[in-house]
Design a protein around this ligand. Structure first.
Ligand SMILES: [Zn+2]
Length: 522
């Protein structure tokens, strides 16, 4: 229902309320089709799925999330002087250095980026920049202009490694994934840097940290480290120009704050990061395991994961990835045990329910499978889960529900989407044969009605039934014809046995054709 609401809003507002609103940060007029209420609704709705698609929340040290939120709120308080949004900040369980903001003030930073920062002021620079994206409505403007990326969206943390089990987001989760992976454009980035630095200094942070951080980014971008290129730099290409702009602003600002104690917060930052830093070896092993999986080196991956689990026993992702391997190797009972372990440590990540649901399904436990798969789609709808739910619904003779699941799954990507599209066609062609079999009629020079029957289902079909109704000399004549089988994209010509007197112009009133049945070939 929620996704329908969002789509409705977008369509509705693009039809009637094209307008120029005032950007609350810059005071300039700004093109947006979405009201503030729409933006907040989208942020609320998409925050969960967007987090899931990027690895879920970092749960080993909740204190770290509390700390990041506290720093974020200090910056948000500055933005709230212009406009109040329900700001929230979370730490994501993802090694890629990245941060993003959804419309409505929903912001996330990856643990991979936190590890690269040296003090609280640098964190404030990152979060202040994201706060401006939300406050100045950059995401909503991009949405209004239709600039969001289109195409098949994968679950980031996993799929970026091109793992054998990469999964694809379907339905409602796609909007959030599009919003966080888009580029805002140079003007928006300049604006985010400029006002982000202002918020920073107003919140009491030393703005020189923003400049040094940008310098670090420029240096890192020259190194071409792929995790940065995939992460922050994909949406935020660092440049000497950005460094120079920020330096000029800081030079302007600093004299205004002479005598004010602007802080770097280095000790506080190191204390907050202590746990994460102590666990770095384990996360390194986890990242290596993901790379090993991409290289099909599952034994090495398993060794790394077992070692990581012994180092940080309460990190759910380690058990979850181990379970993914067991599932791939069709060790279903072991996979269920490992997924259950992961769920005990963190009950809020879709992958554990998805994998356990698939394992239960393979073992024939449809009830447990359905429960887990439904839970996984609540957290993040994926083509794999929807396809599995479709199969279960079909087993229970719930054809309509099965069709809905298959149709949703087919909107994603990968093997599950292909399989689901086929399953949908097999069901739907029975219900709507006319959508899959095309019949063109024509008359030869003696007025005999012939028909060309084409199979457009994309799969071989059997038992095509076609009903012809003709009004000839005021009499109704009926013909039921049958084509036994027809390969994918094949056609056949039929003689209907109907014949109109010479010279009669045949209209749809005189000749009606209806495909009344068809079945998928076994
Ligand atoms: Zn930005």
């Amino acid at each position: 229902m929620k996704q329908i609401y969002t789509i409705f809003l977008i369509v509705f507002f693009s039809l009637i309320s094209v307008s120029c609103a005032v950007n609350p940060v810059t005071g300039e007029s700004q093109f947006s089709l979405l009201s503030r209420q729409d933006e907040i609704a989208i942020g609320n709705e998409q925050y969960g799925p967007a987090q899931q698609s990027q690895g879920g929340q970092y749960t080993v040290d909740f204190e770290l999330t509390r700390y990041v939120n506290e720093v974020g709120q200090r910056l948000a308080d500055q933005a709230k002087r212009d406009y109040v949004l329900p700001y929230e900040f979370v730490v994501l369980n993802n090694s890629v250095p990245n941060a993003w903001a959804l419309p409505g003030g929903k912001i996330a930073v990856n643990r991979g980026l936190l590890m690269e920062l040296d003090n609280e002021a640098e964190l404030a620079a990152v979060l202040g920049h994201e706060v401006v994206h939300a406050a100045a409505r950059h995401g909503a403007t991009a949405m209004s202009r239709g600039q969001l990326l289109q195409g098949v969206l994968t679950v980031g943390a996993i799929a970026s490694q091109e793992m054998a089990y990469s999964d694809y987001i379907v339905g409602a989760g796609q909007l959030g994934a599009q919003l966080i992976s888009q580029r805002y454009g140079r003007d928006a980035e300049r604006e985010a840097d400029y006002y982000g630095i202002q918020y920073m200094v107003q919140a009491g942070y030393d703005p020189r940290a923003a400049v040094s951080l940008q310098e670090t980014f420029v240096r890192l971008s020259e190194g071409r480290d792929s995790s940065w290129i995939d992460g922050l730099f994909a949406s935020h290409p660092p440049s000497e120009e950005r460094v120079a702009n920020n330096q000029a602003l800081v030079d302007e600002i600093m004299p205004l704050y002479a005598g004010v104690d602007l802080e770097l917060g280095e000790a506080r930052y190191q204390q907050a990061l202590a746990r994460l830093r102590a666990d770095q070896e384990a996360y390194g092993l986890f990242d290596e395991a993901q790379r090993a999986i991409a290289d099909d080196d599952l034994d090495i991956a398993m060794l790394n994961l077992n070692q990581a689990i012994s180092l940080v026993p309460n990190e759910a992702r380690f058990s979850g990835l181990k379970a993914d391997i067991q599932l791939y190797q069709e060790d279903y009972r072991e996979a269920i045990a490992s997924y259950s372990e992961a769920i005990l440590k963190d009950a809020q990540y879709f992958d554990y329910y998805l994998g356990r649901g698939v394992a239960y399904s393979r073992l024939g436990d449809q009830n447990r499978a359905r429960q887990d798969l439904e839970r996984s789609t609540e957290l993040l709808p994926t083509s794999t889960a929807m396809n599995e739910l479709g199969k279960i619904a079909l087993n229970n003779n719930n054809r309509n529900q099965a069709k809905q699941y298959f149709q949703t799954a087919a909107g994603g990507g990968g093997a599950a989407a292909t399989e689901a599209a086929l399953a949908f066609t097999r069901l739907d062609l029975v219900d709507n044969p006319g959508n899959y079999v095309q019949v063109q009629t024509f008359t030869d020079d003696q007025g005999r009605v012939r028909a060309r029957v084409s199979n457009q289902a994309g799969i071989p079909v059997t038992n095509i039934q076609i009903e012809f109704t003709a009004a000839i000399d005021g009499e109704l004549e009926l013909r039921d014809l049958r084509v036994n089988s027809l390969g994918a994209n094949q056609s056949v010509n039929l003689n209907t046995g109907l014949r109109f007197p010479e010279g009669v112009q045949i209209t749809s009133n005189l000749l009606r054709v209806r495909v009344t049945g068809v079945q998928a070939a076994q």
